[in-house]
Design a protein around this ligand. Structure first.
Ligand code: URA
Length: 205
C-alpha cells in the first residue's frame, strides 16, 4: 500500500468511528504524504469544519503566507491537527479529546514519516513535550525520535499580536536551513535534549 492509500484507509476508519470525540466534521489533514515537514496545529475552527480542510481560515492564510515566503508551496508540506473535529465554540481541546485522536495522529506521523515536525501553538507543542514553554522555546530546534521538532507560535496568536510577525517570519525562514542541515543537526542536538526542561540548543541555530 502506498502512503496515500494508507492515509485514506485511516481517514475512512475515523469517519466511521462514532466513538471518537465531538460530532462536527472530520478534518483529517492534507498535503503531500512524501513531505519532509509536517505542520501540526490544535483543532479545526469554524471554516475548517465547513470546508473539512485544516488551516483554511484567517490563521491558515497567515500560515500559507509564511510557507510561500520561504519558497515552498502548501501542497508540498502536510498539515493536520492533534484533534480532528472542531470543539464547540472553538474552546480549548479537552485532554480526553486529545487522547481519542492520539492513535490516529501517531499512525499519520508513522506513515508520512516526516523529517521535521513543526507544531503550531502551545497545545500541539505540549502534546509532544509538556516541559517546553511556547514563549521561551518557539523557533528552537529539538530532537525527537530520529526527527527534528520545531515549535512555532499558533498563527492566530500572531494575528492577535502583530508585534510577533517579524520574528515569526524569521523562524519560518530557518526551516529550509534546518532541512538542509538535517543530518548534522540530528547528530549535534543531544539525544536527551528533548526530555530536559532547559533543553540545550543546537549551536547551528
Ligand atoms: N487552528 C488550528 O489549530 N487548526 C486549524 O486547522 C485551524 C485553526
Amino acid at each position: 500500500m502506498n502512503k496515500e492509500t494508507e492515509l485514506k484507509k485511516i481517514e475512512s476508519e475515523m469517519t466511521g468511528d462514532k466513538s471518537l470525540s465531538l460530532s462536527t466534521n472530520l478534518v483529517f489533514g492534507e498535503g503531500s504524504p512524501d513531505c519532509a515537514v509536517m505542520f501540526i496545529g490544535e483543532a479545526p475552527g469554524e471554516q475548517e469544519d465547513i470546508q473539512k480542510r485544516p488551516f483554511v481560515g484567517r490563521g491558515g492564510q497567515l500560515l500559507n503566507k509564511m510557507i510561500e515566503k520561504i519558497g515552498w508551496k502548501r501542497e508540498d508540506v502536510y498539515i493536520t491537527n492533534i484533534v480532528k473535529r472542531r470543539p464547540p465554540n472553538n474552546r480549548d481541546p479537552l485532554p480526553e479529546e486529545i487522547a481519542t485522536y492520539q492513535p490516529y495522529l501517531q499512525k499519520q506521523i508513522e506513515i508520512i514519516n516526516p523529517k521535521i515536525i513543526a507544531t503550531l501553538g502551545r497545545f500541539s507543542m505540549a502534546y509532544f513535550n509538556p516541559n517546553l514553554k511556547i514563549s521561551r522555546d518557539h523557533g528552537k530546534v529539538f530532537r525527537m525520535n530520529g526527527r527534528l521538532f520545531v515549535p512555532f507560535y499558533h498563527p492566530a496568536a500572531v494575528l492577535r499580536n502583530p508585534n510577533l510577525i517579524s520574528e515569526y517570519e524569521a523562524e519560518f525562514k530557518k526551516l529550509p536551513k534546518i532541512l538542509e542541515k538535517f543530518d548534522e543537526l540530528l547528530r549535534e542536538v543531544p539525544v536527551e535534549a528533548f526530555q530536559k526542561k532547559e533543553a540545550p540548543q543546537s549551536k547551528l541555530f
